[in-house]
Each structure stands twice: as C-alpha cells, then as structure tokens.
Design a protein. Sequence first.
Length: 519
Amino acid sequence: MFFGGGGGFPGMEGGFPGMGGGGGGGRRKNVDTTKFYTTLGCEKNASEADIKKAYRKMAIKHHPDKGGNEETFKEITKAYEVLSDSSKREKYDQGGEEAVDGDGGGDPADIFAQMFGGGGGRGGGGGRKKQKTKDVNQPLKVTLEQMYTGVTKKMAITRQVVDKKNGVQKCAGCDGRGVTVQVIRMGPMIQQMQSACQECGGQGKSFKTRSEREVLEVVVQKGATDSSKVVFREKADEHPDADTGDVNFILKEQPHDIFKRKGADLYIERDISLVEALCGFEMELTHLDGRKLIIKTSPGEIVKPMARGFNPLADSEDSKTEWETFEDCDCPGIENVARAETNDVDVLKDACEKQLKRKGIDVGAFVVDARGASFKQCTREEAMEGKRPGKGKTMYVISDPNAKKGQRMMKAVKDEGMPTLKNPFIHGNLFLVLTIKFPESLSAENQAAIKKLLPPAENAPKPGAAEDPSYEVHFVTDIDPVQSFESNKVHMKDTDNAYDDDDEPQGRGGPGGQQCQQQ
C-alpha cells in the first residue's frame, strides 16, 4: 500500500487569520524572522537568485516523489513562496510568519512544477493540479529466447483501491481543512500555531481502502531490450485526492550460455583449429527460435585473428575518443565554443568527452598553445578543411571513425541477429568471435611440408647469422607475464645504492668509512 490509512496529500487552501486584538501597530517583540531563511538554508541578506537556488536544492532533496518528507517539503515551499515575493518578504522581515499568514498559500506541487517545468501551475485561478500516487516498478526476468520470439506473461498484482461503498467523508476534526489551529495567548499577544490534523493525517477527509487482486498480461515484444518498460496505466494504489499511478514491469534480460547481445546484434564464441582457419570450417548452431543452422566459410576464405585490443562487446559509451595530432597547426576560421586555461591534453580530452558533451557540444577539434586551449564545435571534415599553419600551436582533431574499419572486420552471418523493436522484420547480424587453436608442436617433416605451402617467413635472419659468433642465439619459452612482473617488483625499488646489501661484510674502511677514492 502506497498511502497508509488516509495519509497522502494534505490540502494547502487558504491561510490563517492574522493577529487578533490587543497588539499595537508597531513591530512585535520576540518575533522570529529567521525561520524561513533557515528552512531554505540561506542568509537573511540573500539575493533573489540565492533564494531561488536554495529552494531548488532543498525541493529536489525533500520532494515526496524522491522519498522526502511531505511536511518538510510544504515548509520549504511556503518559505520560498514568501521570500521570493519582495512584498511578502518585507512583511515577513518585519512581523515574522504571522505577518504573511493572511496572504494565502499556493500548492507546493504547483510551485515546484513552475520552478522545474512540470507543466505549469494553477494558471489563472484554475483548480489545483492533482498529485499522483506512487508508481510501482517491478523487475521481470526475461530470457533471450523470449526477447527474440516475443512472449506474453501473466503477472498477478495486489493493490489498494478506494472503498466506494463507504465513500469519502469530510473530517470532523478539522472541518475538511487538513490542519488545526491552536491559539496561544501570551499577555497582550496572540499566537496561532497550525499543525496537520491528527484525525485525518492532514487529509481533511477520511476514507477506507480494500485490497484488490488483478492478473495483468505483460506483452514482451520481439526485440525488446534490457531495462525497457511495459507500462500499465493507473494500476497502482488509489487515493481520492490523486491520480492513480502506473505499474511498470522492468524487463531484465537473463545471461545466455551461448549468445551474447549488443543492441540488435548477437555474438557467439567458438574455437577453431589452424586447419579450419586456413582451409575453411563448418559448424552447427541452434538459434534462439529453435532453428538449426549450418555456418560455414566460403571456399578459399582464410580466417584471421581479431585485431589486438579490439573488443566488439565493449560498451560504446565507455570507449575513449581517439584524436589525431598536428603540430604547428590551427583552424582559426572555426569559431571557438569554449576556452580552457590549461594545456594538459589529457584534461582537455576528458573535458570534450564529459563536460562539453553533457552540454550538447560535440567538439571536433581543439587547439593548444602556451595560454591554454580553444575548443571547436565542428566535424572532422570541417576541421581538416580549415587547418592552417600555426607556429607554437598544436591542433587535435577527432580521428576518422572509419580509419580502423579494416581492423574491426569480423566473420558474421547477415540478418541472423535480434529482431529490431520498431520493425521485427529487420534483424541485426550474428557475429562469430573465433579463437584459433594452434597445435602444441609440429614434427620436422610437417614443418617442411607447411613451409612449402605457405609464404616465406617474414622475420628470418640473414644467411649464416646463426653460426656467426658475434650473434647470441636464444630460444623462447613460456613465461607468465603477471608472475614475472610480481617477482621483479622488489628489485625495481629505488635506493641510494642499487647494490646495497645489508648482509655483505663491510669494506676495509669499516662502517661509515670511505669505500672508494678517485685516483
């Protein structure tokens, strides 16, 4: 249940009467004129901009939809409503909260919406915008097969609905206002304290709810993606003063033993022998929809290892942008969109990929000189066309994304990937991540036979070099590079004397004596 026993959205209509009789016309004594400033976390001399900034920060932090306390949010909104209005602020600075109680109050949700672009406020005297009960986000596990073929799952939910038989009644304790007012007399002064009604929880009305069970049919479409939503409108808990929230099923793609997915493409990993790499291969595969495939290379086609360092499954957003460097070059004809007072290239590259990109600025080039750097919003083609000599300047241009296309080519089966969500008749591709398994050893006879079939070696030394005494001959062996690095760490530490050894006996000069002398 999202709203317990009548809790939810208290009304904010109207204000409370001002001071009663007995007070003088001058400024009241012992009046708190700092509460609203403290609520927003700003000083009394804060500017309008500071107050607005403070409200934004506090409102986001304490908004009920973000898990904040509703009463705290109301206090924050009330403080902002007063301090953001110059006339109300002047009254408050003179007479405290009582001086502005009679000015009425707006709906906290409306004020928040006006500040953050939530569809406008109450407008020209229109009705208050209704709140919405909390949405339900329910994870739903889905296999890759189900995402490939599509599936309908039945999911039962239990929610709280308003009991319409008993109806909604106005609270007698607060007469429907949601708040109660306590009048305190202190000599000639009268103080009014308002608080949420204890009988209705600040609702101004009472009502009952009942549990209702319903079975929903969750349709997972072909090509659905991980973390996508299937939304059922107005199927969350009900509340008489709020629009009903939604039930969202969040699809969670389960890992597959054979297939890996990236967008609409599928990947499988297979080992092939050196013979298969050189002479071709055939392999069987059962697809996600149960079809049995035979995948093979074309006659005479050779399978080459993947480019070193290339991971086709790496997240594209995590991959760093590559830049080309041009010394003593500039592109003065392209307007600067930003400046930086640093010439640290790593910092500048990071700024292009993060800060500037978040602002919607796609930097195609930047120029570094002794004073700092200038960022250019352009394409690579525009930067290269505008490149001019610039002594003492270094121009960095985003690399051609197709420059390494040849190194990224992989064996794939066309149109055997995932169906696309918008058009299930269009499929991605099925890529093969192939690892070539080499034989452990070869006999001299087989080596000779292979050498006759394959192109000559590319790294052969000059004839007779192996017998030349001026050359050292070494044979390679298998060594773990990680273990090698760890075992030599102790020998890589910097010391005053690289050959110091505590266990060695002292020289003839004794402790502290001179070990060697220049002749």
